[in-house]
Write a new protein. Structure first.
Length: 294
């Protein structure tokens, strides 16, 4: 019998394992992004399922960990993980029917952002926060690594300001909670019943709550205070909004890491639009009231 899994992006080992697990799979649709992870929708025994396959399982390991440990408070508003074969680099979950928020009518809908805020609040408050004395040391190290790779990709005076700020930064313990790691409309699904669901936990990890806000602050909330307010109403952060004119140093550190990481990674993979988005993030971070002017 000819394998249903004879598709580009799957190794011979992965195809053989899938033939064992899902020998009657059909209706296979490729939803893969171009950066290393194969994502396939398929039908098995009348159910629509989703497969993620990758040779480097770091992304899949994080996703499996999130499903096992942190996503219970989100219940049916996230996919259900059905199995993870780390050796083969295969993760299977239920498929959530609906429309990706990015590029759809959901992308700028305040009611959608309020729901997204509510879901993120449930995730963040699903476990007791843990005090982590290593987190900011790790972020500082990562930021310095991105900075070392950034010359030529951002204005030299900006990179010099970042270097001086990082040299003066002193890490301190911070409370961490389960976070999504890439929270914005590209990972929200608008369902037929009007509710949204959250997908793709491949960057999930224990971090400060504010790390899940950075992408939206630098994209979705720009020029859209109504979306920011709707999101905050849903999220109900516990003292989360800093006083006007101030930005916590730890939050600023994370914005620098995400800004520089976006610029360098996007340049590496040839995504010019995303690279430009990263430069915009960096410029806005440096213009913010929490960053010294010189």
């Amino acid at each position: 019998m000819t394998s249903s899994w004879g598709l580009a992006g799957l190794s011979p080992r992965q195809r053989a394992r899938l033939d064992q697990l899902y020998p009657r799979a059909h209706g296979i649709v490729d939803h893969s992004w171009p950066y290393g992870i194969t994502v396939l929708e398929f039908i098995d025994a009348g159910r629509r399922l989703l497969l993620k396959a990758c040779q480097d399982t770091h992304h899949l390991d994080r996703e499996a960990r999130a499903h096992r440990n942190w996503l219970q408070p989100l219940a049916s508003d996230v996919p259900e993980m059905l199995g993870y074969d780390a050796g083969a680099g295969l993760l299977v979950k239920t498929f959530i029917d609906g429309e990706l928020a990015t590029g759809s009518r959901y992308e700028h809908d305040p009611l959608v952002f309020k729901q997204a805020g509510e879901l993120l609040g449930r995730l963040h408050r699903g476990t007791v926060p843990v005090l982590d004395g290593h987190y900011e040391h790790s972020v500082l190290s990562k930021t310095l690594t991105w900075l070392d790779r950034a010359p030529g990709l951002a204005p030299p005076e900006q990179l010099s300001r970042v270097q001086r700020w990082l040299d003066a930064f002193t890490p301190s313990p911070v409370e961490v909670v389960p976070t999504h790691g890439d929270y914005h409309p590209r990972n929200w699904i608008g369902r037929p019943d009007g509710r949204i669901a959250i997908i793709d936990f491949g960057r999930a990890g224990l971090r400060p709550w504010y790390t899940d806000m950075v992408r939206m602050e630098h994209r979705d909330f720009l020029g859209s205070p109504q979306l920011r307010e709707a999101f905050r109403q849903g999220y109900r952060p516990k003292g989360a909004v800093p006083p006007a004119g101030t930005v916590d140093a730890g939050r600023l550190l994370d914005e620098l890491m995400q800004s520089l990481g976006t610029v360098v990674w996007a340049h590496q993979v040839g995504d010019q639009a995303f690279e430009e988005q990263g430069r915009g993030m960096l410029a806005r971070t440096l213009q913010g009231s929490g960053f010294p002017p010189h």
